[in-house]
Every structure is written in C-alpha cells, then in structure tokens.
Design a binder for this molecule. Structure first.
Ligand code: HEM
Length: 280
C-alpha cells in the first residue's frame, strides 16, 4: 500500500496499488491538444463560429463512438451473444438521441449570425464527413461514389474502402437469425454486401414469424427499427435546421441544399422491417 504523494486526492486515502502520478485528467484526455483544435477562420473572429466548430467536432466524436459501438454489435451477433448485442444497440440509440437533441443548440444561431462567417467555410460541408458515410456504409447504405470523393492515400478513403466490402449490421443480424434456426432466404444470406439492402418478400414472411412467435427476437427487430427511425429523425431535424438557417440557398458542398437533403429523407435502412408492419 502506497500513499499518493501530492494534493490531488483525498488526504490519508490509501491507494491499493502503485499508480503513475504522470497520468492526470489533462494528460489522459489530451485536454491541451483538444482545446487547441478549435480554429475559427473569420476575422475577429465572429462569435458564433466557435459554436459551429465545437458542435461539428462533437458530432465527429459521437460518429466515432457510434462506429465503435456498431462494430461491437456486429461482433457480438457474430459471436452469438444476443443480450450483449441488444445492450449495445440500446447505447447506440441513446447516442443517436443526443445527436438529434444537439441540433437545438445550433438552432439558436440565427441566419445572420451564420452569414457572418459562412463564406469562410469555403467548400467545406458535412457532406464531406467520412465518418457519417462510414456509418451509412456499416448500416447498409453503400456507394462507390461516396468513396471516390476522397483523395487517394487519405485516412478517410482507406476507412471507407475497408468498410465497403464488409458485411453490414443487417447481414450480421440475418446470419444470427439463420443460426437460431429461422428460414432466412439464401439470397439474403449471400447478398452482395456492397449493394443497398433490397426488400425481400420471402424474408418478410420469416420476420413476421419472428414477430408472432418469438418476443425475444422481435424485441431485437424493434431496436433495429429504433435505430433506423433515429437516423431518419436526425436527417429530418438537420434539414429543418438547414432550412431555417440558409433557406433555399445552395450548400457550401455544392449541392442544391435543402432540395438535395430532402431526397435523403424517408429512405429506410432496413426496408423489410418497415414493410412487414402493415401485415402484422
Ligand atoms: C448551420 C448549420 C448547418 C448547415 C447550414 C448545414 C447545411 C448542409 C447542407 C446545405 C448540406 C447539403 C450538402 C451541401 O451542399 O453542403 C448538408 C449536408 C450534411 N450535413 Fe449539414 N449543415 C449544418 C450543420 C451540420 C451539422 C452540425 C452536422 C453534423 C455533423 C452536419 C452534417 C451533415 C451531413 C452528414 C451532411 C450530408 C448528408 C447526406 O448527404 O445525406 N451538418 N448540410
């Protein structure tokens, strides 16, 4: 038993093991580096640019965590650990709710406040978030074009390339259901994982069976629907936020803005889980 040498901790408290005193809150979390990463480009700088940078950086960190958790959920399904996979799905949903709620903060920024620094964003746009695309990829919305937007030998491109050929969360779930004895169609189990998830009538029959006879697995299907709905909710809230901030202006990423974003709405990640609702 060794008493810690300085005044950061409760006096007299005996730590059970020798600890490294160089590990502090600041060093462990790299706080100095973290706080040096907010670099406004506007003259002054404009007050609201700090919020804009911080909120995007926070989103990127949450995207990182979401990818970490979705990868974990896939690994747990592959390992035949449904309870832990479901626990992980619950965490993913809780993070998604925070992602949606955070848009409220950005909506406190008025169109004129955004206008004060918007030009300094040049062509930068959330459209170029490779982690958002990675998330779409791991959930089943893959596209070669999304990879080709990133330059050769970049971290972003390598990450997307690596995810492109890998099975998605949906593939892991279907394989798990098949191992549990469900009649998952062969075409669904051996589908091309680089293409979008297409609805399958035969698979829907099996899913209806799950819902009617197997509350445990029906519950897991519902968590996947929550995830799908959560992402659609984020898209909807993002569009409304964009609309109230820039109206019908074109995006800094070069798209038609709200008009383009509207095309991404109401597109489910797991179409079969939505199709079966009217037959249940
Ligand atoms: C004032 C705030 C914001 C405005 C005005 C805005 C505007 C836009 C626009 C116009 C687009 C379409 C692409 C383009 O032409 O640029 C877009 C896409 C996107 N934005 Fe935002 N955005 C804002 C905040 C955010 C935040 C906080 C995030 C979080 C990371 C974000 C993430 C994205 C993503 C991921 C896309 C691509 C969506 C897709 O292609 O499906 N945006 N944004």
């Amino acid at each position: 038993m060794k008493k810690r040498p300085s005044g950061f901790w409760v006096p007299g408290f005996q730590y059970p093991v020798e600890m490294d005193p160089s590990v502090t809150y600041g060093s462990y979390l790299a706080v100095d580096e973290l706080l040096s990463l907010q670099r406004p480009r506007s003259e002054g700088p404009e007050h609201d640019e700090m919020l804009f940078i911080v909120i995007h950086q926070v989103y990127e960190l949450w995207f990182k965590q979401l990818l970490h958790e979705v990868d974990h959920a896939i690994a747990l399904l592959e390992a035949g650990e449904p309870h832990r996979a479901q626990h992980t799905l619950k965490r993913i949903l809780t993070i998604l709710k925070v992602l949606v709620a955070q848009l409220d903060i950005l909506e406190t920024m008025t169109p004129l406040e955004f206008q004060s620094f918007r030009q300094r964003l040049e062509a930068a746009s959330g459209f170029q978030s490779d982690q958002f695309r990675q998330l779409e990829f791991v959930l089943g919305n893959k596209s070669r074009a999304a990879i080709d937007r990133f330059g050769a030998n970049t971290r972003a491109r390598a990450a997307l390339e690596s995810r492109y050929g890998k099975p998605t969360l949906w593939d892991a779930f279907l394989k798990y259901l098949a191992r549990e004895g469900y009649a998952v169609p062969k075409e669904s189990l051996s589908r091309d994982v680089t293409s979008r998830i297409e609805p399958s009538a035969a698979l829907q029959d099996t899913l209806i069976d799950v819902y009617r006879k197997d509350p445990k697995h029906a519950e897991m299907c519902e968590r996947l629907v929550d995830l799908d709905e959560g992402l659609q909710e984020w898209r909807y809230r993002h569009i409304k936020m964009v609309q109230r901030t820039i109206g019908a202006k074109i995006g800094t990423g070069g798209s038609s803005g709200v008009q383009y974003l509207a095309t991404t709405l109401m597109t489910p990640i797991f179409p079969d889980l939505w199709e079966i609702r009217s037959r249940l």
